[in-house]
Design a protein around this ligand. Structure first.
Ligand SMILES: NC(=O)c1ccc[n+]([C@@H]2O[C@H](COP(=O)([O-])OP(=O)(O)OC[C@H]3O[C@@H](n4cnc5c(N)ncnc54)[C@H](OP(=O)(O)O)[C@@H]3O)[C@@H](O)[C@H]2O)c1
Length: 299
């Protein structure tokens, strides 16, 4: 019999991911702090529960998609949380981006209840969530990875088992380092070229065709050239992710010098009131520092 799937956290990412599971034919039990977002998806294949505990009581697999470690801890271990209602043999799949250290602690707590846990953070943004083309990096046992396979296939395209508990989160931190540093490099290139008199679109055309080519140039082109920074992926979330990466660096004794600089740049953008903007708005910090906004010939 098909497994009943609980889904907690129906935000920018969670809602389209849950919708793709429903469309793939799975039966869902939904919970969202703001109930209306869960009710939007309710129907023949999806019912709404009143708490994470109720979700767990009715589900074989429970997926969480929440902002950060404290929220995942609260939803799993808090009063009326998942672990209060979890069934023996159930599988928890946390798809949020959180600390690998917190993940391992939560997996141990799930085990004490006779359940198990995968960390399965994603990349691909809101578009990947809507299209069901997310890249999913999974830490945990091979057996649990196989069990969750049909669910991952409904939500993603590149699905990789990277190792034991916590390793999915480590790979996600690595991913977030590369994305942040690439956005920063593209921003510097754009402001330098533009202030020196080159049309910004031409800079990206040229960079995109050589060794400097990267997906940030493709995916963020319109936002950066048009200064349209509606998220997308918010600066405050990317700042959270670099915090996770830096903490992991400290834990494992790895130097991440440039990640630390870009982390501070994101902190500055938050202080400037731009934390809710798309992470490509890192461009605006280089512009502020250079007294030049690309594209308008400003000084
Ligand atoms: N957005 C992206 O492009 C993207 C890409 C890859 C990975 N991610 C990661 O995916 C995760 C979710 O991101 P998102 O963009 O979907 O965030 P979001 O839109 O802010 O959604 C967060 C969800 O968590 C719920 N929530 C927040 N605090 C809660 C609490 N204390 N108890 C219960 N529920 C709570 C929110 O409920 P309400 O509806 O009540 O606010 C909402 O459903 C994050 O870890 C993020 O880093 C995001």
């Amino acid at each position: 019999m098909a497994e009943k799937v609980g889904f907690v956290g129906l935000g920018i990412m969670g809602k389209p991911m849950a919708r793709n599971l429903i469309e793939a034919g799975h039966d869902l039990v939904l919970y969202n702090r703001t109930r209306e977002k869960a009710e939007d998806l309710a129907g023949d294949k999806a019912i709404v529960a009143a708490s994470p505990r109720e979700v767990a009581e009715q589900s074989d697999v429970i997926i969480t998609m929440l902002p950060d470690s404290p929220q995942v801890e609260e939803v799993l271990t808090g009063p009326d949380g998942v672990l209060e209602g979890v069934r023996e043999g159930a599988l928890i799949v946390d798809m949020s981006t959180i600390s690998p250290v917190v993940t391992k602690g939560l997996a141990a707590k799930a085990e004490e209840k006779g359940a198990s846990m995968l960390d399965a953070p994603v990349s691909g943004g809101d578009v990947g969530a809507i299209d069901g083309t997310l890249s999913i990096m999974v830490g945990g046992s091979e057996e649990d990875f196989e069990r969750a396979g049909p669910l991952f296939e409904a939500m993603g395209k590149t699905i990789t088992h990277v190792g034991g508990s916590g390793t999915g989160q480590v790979v996600k931190a690595a991913n977030q380092i590369v994305v942040a540093l690439t956005i920063e490099a593209v921003s510097e290139a754009l402001v330098l070229g533009s202030k020196a008199g080159v049309e910004p679109g031409k800079i990206l055309d040229v960079l995109g065709g050589g060794l400097a080519g990267n997906k940030v140039i493709e995916a963020k082109r319109e936002k950066m050239l048009g200064h349209s920074f509606d998220p997308g992926f918010r600066i405050e979330l990317h700042h959270k992710d670099l915090g996770i990466a830096l903490a992991a660096g400290r834990e494992y004794g790895v130097a991440l010098p440039v990640t630390a600089v870009v982390d501070q740049m994101l902190e500055t953008l938050k202080a400037k009131g731009r934390g809710d903007r798309d992470h490509s708005a890192l461009l605006t910090l280089i512009e502020d520092s250079s007294g030049h906004e690309i594209g308008n010939g400003g000084s």
